[in-house]
Each structure stands twice: as C-alpha cells, then as structure tokens.
Design a protein around this ligand. Sequence first.
Ligand code: ZN
Length: 454
Amino acid sequence: MKLRFALALLVSKCVYYGMRLLGRRASHLPGYFAVRICPDYLRYVRKAKTVICVTGTDGKTTTANLISDLLTSIGQRVANNRVGSNTEYGIATAMTCSVNLFNRCKVDAVVLETDEHYARIVCPKVRCDYIVVTNVLRDSLQRNAHPEYVAGKIQLTDCPSAKLILNADELCSAQLLQQNARVYYGIARQPGDVGYPPNRVNDCPLCPQCGARLSYDYVRYAHVGHVHCDSCGFASPNADWRVTAMDAEKRTLTLLYQGEELVLPMTHDSLFNIYNELAAIAVMHEMGLSVDTIRTALEKTALTKTRFASEQVGGIEVVNMMAKSNNSLPVSMVFDYIRKKEGRKAIILALDDLDETKSSERIGWIYDTDYEFLNDDGVVQIIATGVRCHDHLVRLLLAGVAREKLVCGENELEAIEQLRTEGVDSVYLLHDMSSYPQSVTAMAKIREVLEGAR
Ligand SMILES: [Zn+2]
C-alpha cells in the first residue's frame, strides 16, 4: 500500500503543478487521480498538527474561509479546499497540498470545508481534531430532504477523538454525536427575537428526548433560538461562548466565556455571520490560541462587505441582493429583512433557480418560503419575472398580496419597464446564483426606468 500511496501522491502533485502551469485552478483533478490510484489516500497523507473539518447546511464556506484567513493572519501555514469542491476529491487535493513529495507535512493546519453527506467519510480518514457544525437547517429538498436526514448522516461520523464545535441555538446540530467532547457557541436573547417560530416551516417542533411539544423561550429565525421541554426538563445546551451584546456601529461583540466578559471585533454585522465568527473564535481557542491572539487576528481580517450592493438613483435606493433560491429559509430571511426596512418598497423577484429547471420542475421550496412576509403595507409593488414568474405570482396571491400590487412577466427587461417610480423609496432586485448574470442587465434597466421618470 505504501508504494501505491507514493505513486498516488506523485501523480497528484504532477497533475497539480501541471495544471497550475497551464493557469488552471487544479481543484478537483489532483485529488481525483490520488483517490483513484489509492482509494485510502486521505488516510495515508501525513497529518498536520491541526485538522479542522467544517460542515453544516449554511455558512460552512464562510466559516472555513474565515478560520483559514484568521490563522494565516497570525503567521500559520494553512492548506484548505477553498478553490475546490467540498467532497472527497476536492479534499484530497487540499491534502496533497498539505505535504511535500516525501509526505512530510508542510503546513500548521488543514481547514476543510466538508459536505454534510461526506463528513462521515472524510472526518475519520483525515483524523480531524475538530469538527465544526454550523447548523443543520432546511435546504434544497431534492438534495437534502429533511434536516433530520442530514443530521442522521453526520451522526454516522465515527471519529471519537474529534472535538465538536456546535451552535447551541440550533437544536438539530446541537444534539449530534453525544459521545464526542464538545464546545458550544450561541447568542443570548436579542431585541428582535420573538416567542414563537416566525416561519411557515418549523423543523424542530418536538422534544428530542421525550417527543412532547417544545416550548420556545425565544426564536430568531427558523427554529434557531432557545427551547425547553415542560414535560421532561430538556433544554437547549448552554453556550460556552455566548454573545451578550452586539454593537454594529463600533463593530464589537461582547462575549461571556467561563464567566469572563470579553470584547472582540465583529467581522460582519449579519446574525448568520456572527454565528460563523463565533465558531471560528471557539475553534481557535480550542487550538490553544489566546484571546489576545484571536483578537489580533480578527482585527487584521478586513471587514467583509455585505452580500448586497446598493446605489442611489434619483433619490431612490436600488439594492441588488442575492437570495439562494431552491432553499426556503435564506429566501424567507431576505423577505423578512426587506419588510423590516423603513419606507415604501418595490421588489423584483428574479429567482429562476435555472439549474433545477434544466432537469426538473420542482417548486416545492416556493411553498415552504414565507411569501406572507411580503404581504405588508410597506411593500407597494412586486414584479415576478423569469421562468418561474407564474409560480411566484400564484404563491404571492396565496399569501394574500393584493393583485393590483403584482406584475408578472417572463421577460425580465420588459417586466421592469412597469416598475413604479412614484411613491417608492427603495427598489430591491432579488436574484439567485443562476440569475446573477441577468441581474447586471436588470440593474441597468432599473437605472434607465428610474432616470427616465425624473
Ligand atoms: Zn421532553
């Protein structure tokens, strides 16, 4: 086997450097050849001092990249699968880069973003020290079915020495792999939290211990918050790292850790990303880095820009936002964000999920999404456009939105011509990953319509 592994590593290295010379990304093929030559390749690659796998439904890419950036900023050498896939071949490529031709480790840490379905295969093979699970939430129905199905798959990860870094506020992932040591992070009750799950979909209504209906102390989105069971006494775990206050202006987080109050820089002001930052802080502290070192790393890491671009056109704010369609929760969160904004808003829905239409006509996610959030006095017009426009229209009508507020047209540019220009303070263009290229032309059209009305 040793010979086979040596050959796999040699071929993998040659493919990697060959592709790099040709200006290619070399994210998949070096790992592909390695695993085809030596199926147990990941097991034989010399382990770095620290190996971290980051998995979960949302935020795994951001969290893995953040951990890599923070470690790099304090001088650690890091290998990761940032440019590649998060399944076995992409991970094998990252492992190839973590050692030299003689299988000597040349990095301090390996950070691997790991697909939820592959964690059980990858984590034991790479002998990971830490498994970060960001959350297990409702995702694309055809790929991930129900969160319990995904949690069930992660639950098969047999890696007893790995310490888990878990989100205390998200019950599906907080209960995983009870036999492993664990550290929890969370955010204490905040002003915007409510006393019941705000979305149509609640994937965690019952007590995991006795099956009784759970009581919610507070919820911030989906089932993320704090619960307890009146019948058996079960409750959400207490967070070891708990944010007690967030100051978006000063860009600071106030945390409690082992009874001590700490103030650390906030790298991003959205709740989702504060959870990601907490996961990074917790894992770095577990690696033995001091709070001061972590603070220095956070200070050096530039504040990430929000995921939307906004501009002013003739006194109207125009916002171009991405909403990961085919996935009800992120879209619901974008709807919620918009309805809570001040002023009168027009919304253009360009959520085509084109990747899916090529092969199928699955629109179940539209019925899981909270279009009801858009049935709001502040929303004065909604333009449904793209190949899914009629599906959006039906769903908006079911949500009780008045017909006269709605415009429906498959051709995006023609539909945008009907954009209201009077009595509107802001315009939101919502596109998804597949419709991003069209969103650039759509933005130009919005500018043209708004400027034409001046
Ligand atoms: Zn119970």
